[in-house]
Design a protein around this ligand. Structure first.
Ligand SMILES: NC(=O)c1ccc[n+]([C@@H]2O[C@H](COP(=O)([O-])OP(=O)(O)OC[C@H]3O[C@@H](n4cnc5c(N)ncnc54)[C@H](OP(=O)(O)O)[C@@H]3O)[C@@H](O)[C@H]2O)c1
Length: 413
């Protein structure tokens, strides 16, 4: 049986306006926006000023409103609004990955204790229906890997570097096109991709990690020489939010990856997002779509509204199976490290060196490296160095190997 939804919309920017428009075009859905709360008085908007309120209690205290759609750009203010909405017994739909990543378990608990629903399909990869698919479609198929291009800004910039533009030019262009913020840190340093990865890990493997415990390295230090390396080898660079499971361990991180033509995401270019899901029985599947933008993102919010009208809730079905799992840094990755300054490369301990290139102007080395060594380094602030993973599976290591590496490190530093 379908329920009538009376919505309180908070935020009427890019996504909020999009939701208003797509909802108006969705005649099959029994949902109406009763009130809209925004922040700034006197701003020019799509609808007349009298439609808007600046007081969140106008939504929270309205007993007819059974669902709060939170679409604001301030994660701290959103946290207070969402908590208050749960306590008032209202369902919440959100697109705010930072809010969700920082408070996921607390918000799940609050929604459960107040017997309401908390949906957030739009928070990961915009229009790509990934969360509900991980929850429902892959419910019984054992997942081994989820790997997403979850940030359209960085994918746009990386694509443009393939066409010969340098990082700064491509970033400026993405800002002019409205893909990147004036302060692009969250995107280009991989924080946005990390928030999304944390949500993917929860729905794929049933465990919750803190943002602080997930390694994120973005693309701001890429040099034309690194792009040249990619093109000589037939690779493309993608920023992946990557999580894998092996037995009772889960590995997850955000980092640039060189990928070969055979990779399903090789042709996912510009602002497009993608998610590759690998599972025991279904094998490899690729989802592609727009990860941002007014109507594409609103389409995912609309899908949550529609699901809510059938009383849908995430059941976090993987939590039970996730009980014995732990998030682990005990693995090796094959990396490329490039720098004009050879001493920048030599500070890392490779457990196996595969290729060394040195010249008067640029150097690089490829080989295997213990991930725990990378995890402790703030690579985003290392301007003179670029690191990316090469197209190889990760290698599992034992804790004895780890002890050996820390002995090497102690000897070296
Ligand atoms: N844009 C995308 O393509 C996209 C994609 C996926 C997810 N998201 C997520 O969707 C959410 C909204 O993004 P957006 O791009 O639509 O943001 P936006 O265009 O910057 O709009 C933000 C809206 O929030 C309102 N607002 C801010 N603080 C508020 C407060 N304390 N109380 C009430 N209203 C407040 C603003 O009010 P005023 O209009 O009065 O300033 C504005 O209407 C964010 O969490 C974002 O991460 C966005």
């Amino acid at each position: 049986m379908k329920n009538k939804l009376t919505l309180g919309l908070v935020g009427f920017g890019c996504v909020g306006t999009g939701l208003y428009e797509v909802l108006n075009k969705s005649s099959l859905l029994d949902a109406e926006i009763k009130k809209i709360v925004v922040k700034t008085r006197g701003k020019k908007r799509l609808l007349p000023e009298e439609v808007f309120s600046y007081e969140i209690n106008d939504i929270l205290e309205d007993e007819e409103i059974n669902t709060v759609v939170e679409l604001i750009d301030d994660a701290d203010a959103a946290y207070k609004i969402v908590v208050a909405a749960f306590k008032k017994g209202k369902n919440v739909i959100s697109a705010n990955k930072k809010l969700i990543a920082e408070h996921l378990d607390e918000l799940i608990l609050l929604s459960r204790t107040n017997n309401v629903s908390f949906l957030y399909e739009a928070s990961v990869c915009g229009s790509i229906p990934v969360i509900r698919n991980l929850e429902e479609y892959y419910n019984n198929d054992t997942l081994s890997k989820v790997e997403g291009i979850c940030n359209g800004t960085t994918n746009y910039i990386l694509t443009q570097t393939n066409y010969g533009k340098d990082y700064e030019t491509a970033l400026k262009e993405s800002q002019e096109l409205g893909f990147a913020e004036s302060d692009p840190t969250l995107d280009v340093d991989g924080f946005d991709a990390k928030f999304k990865l944390l949500i993917l890990i929860k729905h794929a493997f049933g465990i919750t990690e803190t943002p602080e415990n997930i390694f994120n390295y973005g693309i701001r230090n890429i040099k034309p020489e690194d792009v040249k390396y990619a093109s000589e080898k037939g690779y493309r660079l993608k920023l992946f939010s990557r999580a894998e499971r092996s037995d009772n361990q889960v590995f997850g991180f955000v980092a640039p990856h060189f990928i070969a033509e055979q990779h399903p995401a090789y042709n996912v270019n510009n602002e497009f997002n993608s998610v590759v899901v690998e599972a025991l029985f279904s094998d490899k599947q690729l989802f592609v779509g727009k990860g941002a933008g007014s109507h594409p993102t609103a389409s995912a919010v609309l899908s949550d509204v529609s699901a809510l009208s059938f009383d849908y809730r995430y059941e976090y079905k993987k939590e039970e199976g996730g009980k014995g799992l732990s998030f682990s840094p005990d693995f090796e990755v094959k990396v490329y490290i490039g720098s004009a300054d050879i001493s920048q490369i030599n500070q890392f301990v490779f457990t196996q060196v595969d290729e060394v290139y040195q010249s008067a102007s640029y150097n690089y080395q490829t080989g295997w490296i213990n991930f725990s060594q990378l995890k402790g380094v703030d690579f985003n602030s290392k301007k003179d160095l670029f690191l990316a993973l090469l197209p190889e599976d990760i290698r599992l290591i034992s804790s004895t190997d780890n002890e050996k590496v820390s002995e090497y490190e102690t000897a070296l530093f």
